[in-house]
Design a protein around this ligand. Structure first.
Ligand code: TYM
Length: 337
């Protein structure tokens, strides 16, 4: 066991490519944190079953997600990369936690409400309702101190903390109570076509979302057609100029230059210049990322081996936590025959 603080985060394999929000809000933070933390990173394929997908697609997207983690710089030797369904403890702990979650509490989760509002109650499955409890199990199994995510996951983290505290006080200290790790400047990357809503694989129009594995020329075109406003001045104002603010945040994150410096540099220039600069800065980083992902996808058996090793290491931690939980809640241990 290492004495470094623990970090854990997962991503859903719900699209053929991760998008810019996933990258800036989460994946880049993962890579930064793996240095001085004991980190675990996973593909949450069980969560992805809550939306309709063909079996072949789900398998392919699961591998692609893992390949993208590594293409972005996750080092699977330092930080095990695993697939959630390879570690059965996730679903097992979820059951125990679901018996401790108030129905009303689960029903107040805004992501659930948003998702069901779109499709109506009949479109929603029970898995969508219990989704945040599975997420709590993902986190608590690893005794994670920090969970790097985007702003949209804050409420799920609150539920996770609440469950950990409730379990600890009902039984005895068992779970680490995790902190969300949300980087404010990139915690909520907005849709390029509607900068008042977050970029999202389920909700964004194709032109509003920058996919990391898309042809660079296609992404450049999407930047050029990004919605801004009728003004001319480049300034950072999330309320009055959400489109310009979003482009500045993206450019700042990819160029490493602070927003106020950028605003100074763009004085007297137009929105077209800002869009072009953002597109170029993004392309510089994601073109090699895309090449690396495609190369990793070409070595499928090696990728599968990495995931198998990752699952073994993850299970080592997860099974210890689950055994403690089963014992504390009073499940009768099976005797060895
Ligand atoms: P998912 O797969 O929807 O998104 C993956 C990560 O990307 C972040 N993100 C964003 N960040 C900034 N701006 C955006 N527009 C944006 N869109 C997405 C998400 O916040 C997330 O960090 N429930 C999680 C997956 C999950 C998980 C976990 C995360 C399952 N178990 C345990 C952490 C720990 C989700 O839906 O992520």
């Amino acid at each position: 066991m290492s004495d470094k603080p623990r970090v854990l985060s997962l991503m859903q394999p719900t699209a053929d490519s991760l998008h810019l929000g996933n990258y800036l809000g989460a994946l880049r933070q993962w890579v930064a944190l793996q240095e001085d933390h004991e980190a675990f990173f996973g593909v949450c394929d069980l969560h992805a079953l809550t939306v309709e997908v063909t079996p072949a697609e789900l398998r392919q997207r699961t591998l692609r997600a893992a390949a993208q983690f590594m293409a972005a710089g996750v080092d699977p030797e330092a930080a095990p990369v695993f697939v959630q369904s390879h570690v059965p403890e996730h679903a097992e702990l979820m059951w125990v936690l679901s018996t401790m979650t108030g129905f009303g509490h689960a029903a107040r989760m805004t992501q659930f409400k948003d998702k069901t509002a779109k499709g109506g109650q009949d479109q929603a499955n029970v898995g969508l309702f219990t989704y945040p409890i599975l997420m709590a199990a993902d986190i608590l199994l690893y005794q994670a101190d920090k969970v790097p995510v985007g702003e949209d996951q804050r409420q799920h983290l609150e539920l996770t903390r609440d469950l950990a505290q409730r379990f600890n006080s009902r039984y005895s200290p068992t779970f680490v109570v995790p902190e969300p790790h949300i980087v404010k400047s990139v915690g909520r990357i907005m849709d390029l076509q509607d900068p008042t809503v977050k970029m999202s694989k389920s909700a964004s129009s194709p032109n509003g979302i920058i996919e990391l594995l898309e042809e660079p020329a296609v992404n450049a075109k999407k930047f050029r057609s990004a919605v801004t406003d009728s003004g001319r001045e480049i300034s950072y104002d999330e309320e009055a100029k959400p489109g310009v603010a979003n482009l500045l945040s993206i450019l700042s994150a990819f160029s490493g230059r602070p927003i106020d410096v950028l605003v100074g540099e763009f004085e007297g220039k137009g929105y077209g210049d800002l869009k072009g600069a953002a597109a170029d800065a993004v392309a510089t980083v994601i073109s090699p990322f895309r090449e690396r992902t495609l190369a990793l996808m070409g070595e499928r058996s090696e990728l599968e081996q990495i995931l198998a090793r990752g699952a073994d290491r993850a299970r080592g931690v997860a099974s210890r936590t689950l055994a403690k939980v089963y014992k504390k809640v009073g499940l009768l241990p099976p005797v060895r025959r």
